[in-house]
Design a protein around this ligand. Sequence first.
Ligand code: PMP
Length: 407
Amino acid sequence: MRTLPPTITPARSRDLVGSVIDASTALLAEQQHDIVRFAMGAPSEDLMPMERLDQAFSNAGRGRYDYGATEGEPQLREQILHLSEWAGSPTRDERLLVTTGGMQGLDLAFKLFVARGDLVVVEAPTYTNGYATALSYGAEVLAAPVDGQGLVVEALPELVKHAGRAPRAIYTIPNFQNPTGVTMTRARRELLLQLAEQWGSVIIDDDPYGLLRFDGDHVPGFAEIAPDHPLLFQVRTFSKVIAPGLRIGWIDVDPEVRRLAINAKQAMDTCASVPVQTAVATYLGSGDLQRHIAGLRGIYRDRKNAMRSSLQRHFGDLATATDPEGGFFLWLTLTGEASAIDTERLFPRALTDGVAYIPGPAFTTDGSLRNALRLCFATSSPERIDEGIQRLARTVRHDLVATGALV
Ligand code: PMP
């Protein structure tokens, strides 16, 4: 391979770490054999409202092939206002900017608020692409622990004191976190708002899964606890509740921040795809999404329960798993004899054996959590889930025998 002369690769491109998760899409597409896919965080095609979307695309009407306003198509913004109200978190048009997926919302957040060398708190583990975006703007990440109740907010003052400076931003996924599936308690949300105010840090509230609660009680969002909080940067997307290929999301931010975000988006892509925005607005206008979400919740509850009982059956005490109340993921930690297994090393073997996951270190900034992995329960039927978990348990047991840990 030819190497680029160092003079034409500026420091910023060296900060681009890429995404193990996204790379697995291409890797999986290349495989010819049967694989149970627990890797990507995507709904399966049969759970996307295909026919309704096809109809919406064909009914979307004229005038949809021109440039659009950077803010987003007015009819889509109107539908987002209705949706936010339905979800219990009403907002205002002057706070909304339609983005090209949730990823662009994250990019805008870090671009606007983080300069090279700034401290950014991230959860450990966290969504790979989130911290990769922070790194792409030269952030120094401060990894803070996550437990069964979400980000351990009480640990932040000590960590920040040790770092010797206040964070510019705190990146959190409060609901059904990617990758662990855990949800931050109300008390921790309140404390995080207080700390952010004290430090003058922006809270980047990344919530693609919040509408997909299938068990337990609603936990109020940051904006419900502190409406119009100027330090709150809310990143939202239709990827998980409608379909990820649409690449449509939005941010809900202080109007002053929105003005800056519009400037930044104009230097990126002018506006999100107009035909797609129009179709999404038409789909939302049909009122189908609320019904669709209600159906998804039941299906994901069944799939999560199926995955947990398969894990119990096939792994026994070789692993423990989180028990999410919503979203797409659970987090598996290998225990006992299996605790020495490196899930990154195991991955090619598992793929050959017909099961795909994302290894734990992909979600950390320091390559730790090597005996853990993320499983997406959203994509497969309960029967396929059982098959996949059985294959994974077999791979683990073979590895234990091969390394002499199990006879
Ligand atoms: N944040 C989190 C926590 C996610 O899980 C994802 C999608 N995997 C995104 C943001 C990105 O969303 P989108 O696909 O809409 O860009």
